[in-house]
Write a protein that binds this ligand. Structure first.
Ligand code: SF4
Length: 336
């Protein structure tokens, strides 16, 4: 699983607005390896969706624009690609599952025909073979009454079923990477669990690399191998799922973990939301973006941006607490 399929290097993406330039993504770097599921987690407005949409150049330009950085896919820089080159990549090389399936399913076309679009240009397949394959795909994502669903329009399906169809369309064309942007946010918990199972099973079966965008650490725990935590347009911590959950090093990640219920959460224990609001990205703070909300903040934090501290081979964080002269806290105590 060591081959890097995608490398995002120092990506900075901004938007021109009437109020000025919004720096939505600032100096973000990460990579994605063959067959892994990478989670990008953070509150809304932290830059996670803009980052993921940069990979397929889906942010409107203008008003959006790349200020710097590279997105290397199989060694080629996506930032420099033309719209024509991107059309050859979208859906075929890199698939996208949106939060709301109605934004990407065609409401005027029957579900079966939309799945069959995967096989457009396949001269070796007859119409009957395409239909047979579409029915197989519906079965693969857990839709049992395939023949009936094949002939229905998207609005005739439930939210969960539409999302299954989206997953089928995104994965069955065998792209190298699938980006799933909050794919289960609009669904109830039971359906969410089923959809995540479908996605995980297909991902494993096809050895697809997945970037999972979510605000929900529960989804990260269930799906991902590694996690990138974003705040204020920047990455503040990254590591394996175990490192992020059990050896948390950044106050924001700690805050996120305390704001969700876990299986071992006592029912009388109060969940603690993170007080305050994210920074203004028109004028990002010159120091640490989390300083105004951080219970550990020190004088240096609002003056200088923190450096990157390497905790282990995979685990890194941008927080002054890990400077050798910082006072000891639960987040920087040396582990035995
Ligand atoms: Fe908190 Fe300072 Fe660390 Fe930022 S750098 S998260 S303000 S302790």
């Amino acid at each position: 699983m060591d081959e890097k399929l995608l490398e995002v290097k120092n990506l900075t993406f901004s938007f021109h607005t009437y109020g000025g330039v919004v720096k939505a993504v600032r100096d973000v770097s990460f990579d994605l390896k063959q067959g892994e599921v990478l989670g990008i987690v953070g509150e809304s407005g932290c830059g996670k969706s803009v980052t993921s949409q940069c990979i397929l150049k889906l942010n409107p330009e203008p008003p959006g624009f790349f200020e710097g950085g590279e997105i290397l896919y199989k060694g080629q820089d996506i930032v420099k690609m033309s719209e024509k080159e991107m059309r050859a990549i979208r859906g075929k090389e890199i698939g996208f599952i949106f939060q709301d399936p109605m934004t990407s399913l065609n409401p005027t076309m029957k579900v079966g025909k939309q799945i069959e679009e995967i096989f457009v240009g396949r001269k070796d397949m007859t119409a009957a073979q395409k239909k047979e394959k579409a029915l197989e795909i519906l079965k693969l994502v857990g839709i049992s009454d395939g023949e009936k669903r094949y002939n229905q329009y998207p609005h005739e399906l439930s939210g969960g079923m539409k999302q299954r169809v989206m997953i089928a369309i995104a994965l069955v064309g065998k792209p190298s990477i699938v980006i799933a942007d909050e794919p289960t946010t609009s669904l109830d918990v039971t359906i969410e669990a089923q959809i995540l199972d479908v996605l995980k099973n297909l991902q494993k079966e096809m050895n697809t690399s997945v970037i999972m965008i979510t605000h929900d650490l529960g989804v990260i725990a269930k799906m991902c191998d590694r996690v990138v935590v974003m705040y204020g347009g920047k990455i503040v911590e990254r590591g394996t799922v175990d490192e992020i959950f059990y050896h948390t090093k950044h106050p924001y990640t700690k805050g996120l973990l305390h704001s969700i219920a876990r299986l071992d959460t006592d029912k009388n224990q109060r969940l603690e939301p993170i007080e305050g609001t994210p920074p203004d990205l028109f004028a990002p703070p010159k120091g640490c973006p989390f300083a105004a909300r951080c219970e550990y903040a020190m004088e240096i934090c609002s003056k200088l941006p923190p450096e990157i501290y390497h905790i282990s081979e995979q685990h890194e964080t941008e927080c002054w607490l890990h400077h050798e002269f910082a006072p000891e806290t639960d987040l920087n105590r040396k582990e035995a």
